[in-house]
Design a protein around this ligand. Structure first.
Ligand SMILES: Nc1ncnc2c1ncn2[C@@H]1O[C@H](COP(=O)(O)OP(=O)(O)OP(=O)(O)O)[C@@H](O)[C@H]1O
Ligand code: NI
Length: 305
């Protein structure tokens, strides 16, 4: 940034995602979820610096050049279900025109087969065929979401990336959208669901990754996270406890500014367990990055990390 300022938007984020699996990446606003998503799509701002690797289907997304990203990554290895489909769709073209163009580009569908192929593509995301000739502004939020999802599915990418796909939808539409996204993993796609909606994560995720101040601080099986024994990182425990249907008790304090991170554990200033050891950054070990978190019981299966 100007003046030599650095924002550490994502640090030490490490996870895997298996075919057919859904990983929910959760955390408060500003913790780095969307920056991580942008990195996977090669859509970071030009002045951003990256390190590490992010391999999907044999391609390192962080090392790929723009040509590879355009020809082999976006839509083909990573399908993006956008946060605001209404803004993501081209406003001056019908859903049919956008589907047909995407089919031509990503699937190489010959002109003569475009019409039935567009109908089939719409059907995969339960987009109503009788709305294909509508423009985006003529669609409801849920319909636009399905149109955008249909576009994201065209390239048969092994990774579906959904960044806040349920923001602004009514609760029952949230559940339906989440369930439909989950359905797309049946054919072996991996789904990375970025959300601050813990209920949506609980509903469809196999595993949960919790981010705080740019780091993944816990990575664990969803049933253990939402059920027993519950989260192990104090921040993750606080996130769950803050839910209205649980304790409705907010975590005191605020997340740190990412251009002025404290030394050591970034959560320590808000943490009830903090001690001198927290002056060293805790690394993710056994699925949790905290010096004080309970270790998994020897008899229990260690979470995949
Ligand atoms: N282009 C940029 N230049 C400088 N800082 C940025 C840039 N993009 C993101 N950031 C900073 O990186 C941090 C992470 O932002 P990000 O958008 O990834 O958060 P998020 O977890 O997706 O939040 P939300 O839930 O609100 O979408 C924020 O502090 C943000 O201010
Ligand atoms: Ni975001």
């Amino acid at each position: 940034m100007r003046g030599g300022r650095h924002v550490a938007a994502v640090s030490d984020a490490s996870f895997d995602l298996a075919a057919g699996e859904c990983l929910a990446l959760v955390g408060e606003s500003g913790c780095g979820k969307s920056v991580l998503a942008s990195a996977l799509l090669g859509l970071l701002p030009g002045n951003a610096q990256t390190a590490g690797t992010a391999v999907v289907d044999g391609i390192d997304l962080l090392a790929a050049d723009e040509r590879t990203l355009a020809r082999a990554v976006r839509g083909r290895r990573v399908g993006l279900v956008p946060q605001s489909p209404a803004a993501h769709l081209t406003p001056v073209r019908t859903v049919r025109a956008q589907l047909e163009e995407t089919l031509r580009q990503l699937a190489g569908t010959p002109r003569a087969e475009l019409r039935p192929a567009a109908v089939a593509a719409a059907g995969r995301a339960s987009f109503p065929v009788d709305l294909l000739d509508h423009y985006p502004h003529q669609l409801s939020g849920g319909q636009a979401q399905r149109a955008a999802t249909a576009l994201a599915l065209v390239g048969d990418a092994p990774l579906l990336l959904a960044d806040e796909p349920t923001t602004g939808l009514d609760r029952d539409l949230v559940e339906r959208t989440a369930d439909e996204l989950r359905r797309h993993t049946d054919t072996g796609r991996g789904l990375l669901l970025i959300t601050h909606d813990l209920a949506a994560a609980q509903r469809i995720a196999d595993r949960v990754a919790v981010m705080y101040a740019g780091r993944v601080v816990e990575l664990t099986a969803a049933d253990r996270f939402f059920g027993a024994p519950g989260p192990r990182h104090p921040y993750a425990r606080g996130l769950l406890a803050a839910l209205p249907e649980r304790d409705f008790a907010p975590i005191p304090g605020m997340p740190p500014e990412l251009d002025a991170l404290p030394d050591g554990c970034a959560f320590a200033p808000r943490c009830p367990l903090r001690s001198d050891t927290c002056r060293a950054v805790p690394l993710l070990e056994d699925g949790v990055a905290c010096h004080h978190a309970p270790r998994p019981h020897a008899a229990e299966e260690a979470p995949r990390a």
